[in-house]
Ligand binder design. Structure first.
Ligand code: OXD
Length: 312
């Protein structure tokens, strides 16, 4: 078995070591791991891939069995026409837990209005007698996939009143699950905080635009850790300007790094974070890849197999 590591060069050694160890733990022997700069790359069975600026030609690997993305979002590679093997998105504990922690932190920040005391140490002893409890706060999670559902469940378990919206109907106790375009309005209308965790697909690009922002509750907050393209930036800035949205926390952007001149940087009602909500951790990513290779060898389905028709 031959594996090509086609991702961040500075993480090559850690991936090599972990793959070596974890594939051996699964009982594999005699495998070889290459990186792109190796001069003698032989017929490859599996590619481990992270997005780059250039377009890959996967058709040169004649015995390729599958491509493992180190990212959960596969929008930069799904349309690559040289792929005719299964594409597997990353489904692992690290990404999921990271996203739960990041979304929970920013939700609690909004819920408890933490900025008020952190940013205004002005000598005034004033406290808010009307602080709501979590069950009184409505949260809507857009995107109930592997990661979004776990975020929604975790906020539900914390006590929030949680709704979710997804393309396919989902069922989860204690979460009001909506699906389909017609239900988007209802999902957004009642929410104090909207968390976007949708993938980028033809249907989700620009989903939050002038019209859909008008469905939001006045003064709602928005957290986006899905993809920047889900939001029409100008529509968001206008909605902030007119008070429809009182604050936005954005981790992902249509252009990354976010250009220095972008108005998000200077808007006091926008918090920008540099695509850090959920990072791919080598340890858990390699667990997932080794487990998937073992499944493949046993003739089982891959976990995280991308459905080209759905686009994620
Ligand atoms: C991902 C991401 O897609 O970090 O994994 O955005």
């Amino acid at each position: 078995m031959k594996i090509l590591y086609s991702a961040k060069e500075d993480e090559w050694e850690i991936y090599q070591e972990l793959l070596d160890r974890k594939l051996s733990d699964h009982g594999f022997t005699g495998f070889q791991i290459f990186r792109e700069t190796d001069t003698k790359i032989e017929d490859i069975d599996f590619v481990i891939y992270a997005p780059k600026n250039k377009n890959e030609d996967f058709s040169r690997y004649k015995h390729l069995k599958a491509i493992f993305s180190l990212w959960a979002g596969i929008e930069t590679i799904i349309s690559n026409e040289t792929i005719d093997v299964p594409l597997i998105k990353m489904v692992d504990e690290g990404l999921t837990k990271g996203m739960i922690e990041w979304c929970s932190a920013h939700t609690l920040r909004y819920h408890l209005n933490l900025d008020h005391h952190i940013k205004t140490q002005d000598g005034a002893w004033c406290f808010n007698k009307n602080q709501l409890l979590a069950f009184e706060r409505n949260i809507s999670v857009l995107g109930l996939g592997n990661i979004g559902m776990e975020v929604a469940k975790s906020l539900r378990d914390f006590g929030f009143s949680v709704s979710g919206w997804s393309a396919q109907k989902k069922f989860e106790p204690g979460i009001r699950c909506y699906s389909g375009e017609d239900a988007l309005r209802e999902t957004l209308e009642g929410a104090d905080i909207v968390i976007c965790l949708l993938p980028e697909t033809k249907k989700t690009i620009g989903l939050l635009n002038k019209e859909t922002f008008s469905y939001f509750k006045d003064g709602a907050k928005i957290i986006n850790a899905g993809r920047g393209s889900l939001i029409d930036d100008d529509a968001l800035l206008n909605s902030i300007e007119n008070g429809k949205i009182s604050h936005a926390t954005l981790d992902v952007f249509s252009e990354e790094p976010l250009p220095q001149k972008h108005l998000f940087w200077s808007n006091k009602n926008v918090t920008v974070t540099p695509h850090i909500a959920a990072i791919s951790r080598p340890d858990t990513c390699v667990d997932s890849i080794a487990m998937n290779i073992a499944r493949y060898k046993k003739g089982k389905d891959f976990v995280g197999l991308v459905d080209n028709d759905k686009g994620y």
